[in-house]
Each structure stands twice: as C-alpha cells, then as structure tokens.
Write a protein that binds this ligand. Structure first.
Ligand code: 13P
Length: 254
C-alpha cells in the first residue's frame, strides 16, 4: 500500500504570534495547495488560533505539540484534547523526546495521552527514539520497541489507523547529526514489524516519520527508504524557504 507522505514542522518553543503568522503566510503561498503529500505545522499553543484562521482555506493541517489526557479539570498550565479540537487542530505530537527527557514524561502518561486523542478525532504522532548511550550500548531495538509497546498499549486496531509514529533518535535532534538513511530504515523496519504484529493489516496504513536534523539537503535520501513515510522537522521548519524545500523534495508537490 502506498502511504501518503506527511511532512510536519515542529516549531517547539519558537515564534511569537506575529512571527508565526509571518511564517504561515509565506507557507500558504509556497505549499498551501500541495495535495500529493500532506503538510502540517505544529506551532506553540499561543499561536494555534491565529495560525488556524490563516490555514483554513489551505491544504496545510494544524498540529499541537502536546496535551493533557483529561477533557477538563484542575490541571494548572495544561491544555485538553477538547481545547485543541475546538481550534481546528488535527495532529498532536505526543511523547516527544524533550517531553520525555526534559519534563520527565513516563510511558504510561504518554499512553493515556495517545488514547485521549481519539474521542476528539485528533491524530496522535507518537514519538520514540533512543539516546546516544542507548545506541552505543546496542539497546536501540529494545528501547524503541519498549516505547512503542507502552505508547499504544490502550489502542484498538480501529484507532491505530489514525496513528502516526515518529522515530526520532535523541542524538540526532538539533545536533546536525542526521541518522543515515540506512540507520533510520533499520529502525523503521523494526517499528513496522511491531505494528504488523500488534495491529495486523491496518498497520500498512500507519505512517512512520523520521525526525532529527532533517534538512533540504538530506530529505531526498531519507524519503527514498521503503519504511520512511515522511518527516518531523524541527529547526528547518522555522523558515518558509527551508520547510518548503523539504515539502517539495524530489521536485514533487502540486
Ligand atoms: P531538529 O530537526 O531541529 O533536529 O528537531 C527534530 C525534532 O525534534 C522534531 O520533532
């Protein structure tokens, strides 16, 4: 089965509302009507509403970078799935390595967040990936499989259809050290095998993105791999010029 590629920009904690609008206005012109691949931007919470309005007549989807799993409640500083859905958010990044390692989010919390996306028709992008120490200790496979197993623990096959996975080796994030296409493909294949076992034929519909120092210069070779179905882009998604080049890799794009 041919999976439609997804190129998603994770803006992390960058851009005021004004900066976000300036970027998204440019993206609207350069990639706003691309249809042969899916494009998404994930601004900080503070810009979601304004960006959502600008994107409403484009093909670009809106994503968020995190959320709480409860619908509402006394959770100071948190944002719920209902609040995101209300703004037109489609994707939500969950279990990003910065959430895991900087903010100490454990696997069971991430599993609850993943599960809570479905009642509001949000599509989770579940991030997994090993640290440099874990790779050097030959633990990549077991770490990634452990995070996968835990992250989808509560999901049915019907829900899994709407899941996206992002393999982001922690040592490649923001470092300029991209995984080689072969290193990435090896892990994507492990994840694909896991999904097949866990969810059966539906797994063929689940996209597995690569993330970690993706740039216009390396996108083509990464996307040529069989099990790499798109990219989750950090730094290079912060300018319209580089993100548009990534979206239009291989000269594609309508
Ligand atoms: P960089 O592209 O800046 O390495 O970040 C990757 C990432 O964490 C995307 O979620």
């Amino acid at each position: 089965m041919r999976r439609k590629k997804l190129l998603a920009g994770n803006w992390k904690m960058f851009k005021t509302v004004g900066d976000a609008l300036a970027l998204v206005r440019k993206l609207k012109i350069s990639v706003g009507q691309v249809r042969d691949r899916e494009v998404a931007v994930c601004p900080p919470f503070t810009s979601l509403k304004s960006v959502s309005e600008i994107l409403s007549d484009t093909q670009i989807r809106l994503g968020a970078q995190n959320m709480h799993y409860e619908k509402e409640g006394a959770f100071t500083g948190e944002i719920s799935p209902d609040m995101l859905a209300d703004l037109g958010v489609v994707y939500v990044i969950l279990g990003h390595s910065e959430r895991r390692h900087v903010f100490g989010e454990p696997d069971d919390l991430i599993a609850k967040k993943v599960q809570s996306a479905f009642p509001r028709d949000l599509k989770p992008i579940l991030c997994v990936g090993e640290t440099l120490d874990q790779r050097q200790a030959d633990q990549t496979r077991s770490v990634v499989l452990g995070q996968m197993e835990a992250g989808v623990r509560l999901l049915s096959a019907d829900q899994a259809k709407f899941l996206t996975v992002a393999y982001e080796p922690v040592w490649a994030i923001g470092t300029g050290h991209t995984a080689t296409p072969r290193q990435a493909q090896e892990v994507h294949e492990v994840i694909r095998g896991f999904l097949q076992k866990r969810f059966g034929p539906v797994s063929e519909e689940i996209r597995i993105l690569y993330g970690g120092s993706v740039k216009p210069e390396n996108i083509d070779e990464l996307m040529a791999e069989r099990d790499i179905d798109g990219a989750l882009v950090g730094g290079a998604s912060l300018t319209a010029e580089s993100f548009s080049r990534i979206v239009r890799h291989n000269g594609g794009g309508a």
